[in-house]
Design a protein around this ligand. Structure first.
Ligand code: NOJ
Length: 564
């Protein structure tokens, strides 16, 4: 009898798990994350609930209504685990707890529960390549050559007295090997010396790290952004990297990272992480630095069994140019994979500053929203992007917080500029904190570009973002439609259709500083003679009657519905 009951119970669990999987796809076979907008939160800088000048989890919870109204589906929180904060959380000393600076596990559980009430999902940042040098694993590893965790990291003898095992660099400006006099060996660190690389060839490391993901999945996290996956493995023979002509921003000879980046074994680990993610119907986003779309394809896995969302970070390096962006999107969209678009993040100069021309910056911010929020694919926003927050770099070396900025000054000013406090109001500390001093200064631009002021202005960058996020969620053409480039020879204006069934959304983006008029012939697509209904626009004029042309002010945007 007991056995029969158990069997019934098991079948029920299996059926409900299956239906949960089925529920995760829409009628077109798309999973929730494919139509989602993710929003990256740098927790130090989002909202400070306890007045210590640093943001925290309760601060994030207090802003969930804002995020919900904005139209965000999921948040990605950069590392909030215990950490000495050498790399502001990317040096984790305990993967299964919350740094007291950010709150407690109870605060985290409350954040997940409150987000769920608002239909917002949460992903965490998993630092897979390295730990902090203060992690128990490393402290033990360092303690002796025979320690239980010795082989959890990459320890090697030097080539000779005072000579590291090979010529590799840390990307953060120093050598990649640190000598430990106690055990007379070097350990490898691709990032700061305080971030020793894990040895993923050791199955114990793999088990411990996979279990870490289970720990968070069971607490309600629906996925991870995987940090620095390209550096997971190093060549077994530690072959010297070839040198290249010229010097880098730290003044070192340039080097090709042939033997310490993008080693093929990385894909085995990504497959393993995906297997665990699949047990929980979770999604994996990757920090994937690629130089072309062909390379990006590798991260999805040969059987779609690695990352669902390798980030297209190439977009963060492209200029605002219709031919360049048109070619890039054509290649990505036709690759057969689901794209994940990003225009800025906590390591990259904000798009407002990067792409702004100094006189049309708000128009360009709206244009960029009109661009990447209307493409076929998932979008990842960065906090403050919806306000037109700009980069505010430190002006004096002594004010720099990010260690690479102190080391590489003035060529490398570090990443403080893109991590300044979120601008909530025009008041003290932009409403971010009640502290006398915030961890990074609040930029002057907070006086004009902040949530409170922009919410009252229907023409603000924020109002434009809200409109687009709402459209993206509710318009079937934008959710499901094909991407079709239009007027592909135009040097100034990028335009495309997102067509699904009997209607389409047309997007026209003037990527130049001069007024442009563009004529369209949509007979082939079946839209000749149809008028267009404007959905969102900035600086656009359209003659009445059948849709035939658009005139756009410099950096103007036009988005409209066409119906057959
Ligand atoms: C990439 C992260 O985005 C960056 O902020 C960090 O410094 C490095 N990985 C090292 O974890």
């Amino acid at each position: 009898m007991k056995k029969a009951l158990l069997a019934v119970l098991l079948i029920c669990c299996w059926l409900s798990a299956r239906s949960a999987t089925a529920q995760q796809k829409d009628p077109n076979g798309h999973a929730w994350w494919q139509h989602a907008v993710f929003y990256e939160i740098y927790p130090r800088s989002f909202a400070d609930s306890n007045g210590d000048g640093v943001g925290d989890l309760n601060g994030i919870t207090s802003k969930l209504d804002y995020l919900h109204k904005l139209g965000v589906d999921a948040i990605w929180i950069t590392p909030c685990f215990p950490s000495p904060q050498v790399d502001f959380g990317y040096d984790v000393s305990d993967y299964q707890a919350i740094d007291p600076m950010y709150g407690t596990l109870a605060d985290f559980d409350r954040l997940v529960a409150e987000a769920k009430k608002r239909n917002i999902k949460l992903i965490l940042d998993f630092v897979v390549n390295h730990t902090s040098d203060q992690h128990q694993w490393f402290l033990d590893s360092k303690s002796s050559r025979t320690a239980a965790h010795r082989d959890w990291y990459i320890w090697r003898d030097g080539k000779g007295p005072g000579q590291p095992p090979n010529n590799w660099y840390s990307t953060f400006g120093t050598a990649a090997w640190k000598f430990d006099p106690a055990t007379n060996q070097y350990y490898y660190h691709y990032f700061y010396p305080e971030q020793p690389d894990l040895n993923w060839r050791n199955p114990a490391v793999e088990n411990a790290m996979f279990d870490t993901t289970r720990f968070w999945y069971q607490r309600g996290v629906v996925g991870f952004r995987l940090d620095a996956v390209d550096t997971l493995f190093e060549d077994v023979h530690l072959t010297d990297n070839p040198l290249l002509p010229g010097t880098d921003k730290f003044g070192r000879p340039k080097m090709s990272e042939k033997f310490n980046k993008k080693q093929p074994e990385m894909h085995t680990v990504l497959k393993g992480l995906r297997k665990v993610a699949d047990e929980y119907h979770a999604v994996l986003v990757g920090e994937t630095w690629t130089s072309d779309v062909k390379e990006l394809k590798d991260y999805y896995g040969d059987r779609n069994d690695e990352l669902q969302m390798p980030m297209d970070l190439m977009l963060t390096g492209l200029p605002l140019s219709a031919p360049v962006l048109r070619d890039h999107i054509a290649a990505t969209d036709s690759s057969g994979y689901w794209p994940t678009y990003v225009i800025t993040n906590h390591d990259i100069v904000r798009s407002y500053t990067r792409l702004g021309d100094g006189s049309h910056n708000d128009d360009i911010a709206k244009l960029m929203a009109g661009f990447y929020l209307t493409l076929r694919g998932t979008a990842i926003m960065y906090y403050g992007e919806e306000l037109g927050m700009k980069n505010s770099d430190p002006v004096r070396q002594e004010d720099v917080q990010d260690p690479i900025g102190r080391l590489g000054w003035p060529l490398e000013k570090g990443r403080d500029g893109e991590r300044t406090p979120m601008q909530w109001t025009a008041g003290p500390n932009a409403g971010f904190s009640t502290a006398a001093k915030t961890w990074l200064p609040v930029p002057e631009s907070a006086k004009t570009h902040n949530v409170e002021t922009e919410s009252r202005d229907p023409n603000s960058v924020l109002s434009f973002y809200k409109k687009l996020l709402h459209l993206r969620k509710n318009d079937a053409d934008l959710r499901e439609g094909n991407y079709m480039a239009l007027n592909t020879g135009d040097p100034n204006v990028m335009s495309y259709l997102r067509q699904y069934q009997d209607s389409a959304v047309i997007v026209v983006l003037n990527m130049s500083a001069t007024k442009q008029t563009l004529a369209f012939d949509l007979a082939k697509q079946g839209f000749s003679g149809a008028p267009a209904a404007t959905l969102a626009q900035n600086g656009a004029e359209v003659p009445t009657g059948a849709f035939q042309s658009v005139t756009l002010a410099p950096y103007g945007t036009y988005i409209a519905k066409l119906t057959k």
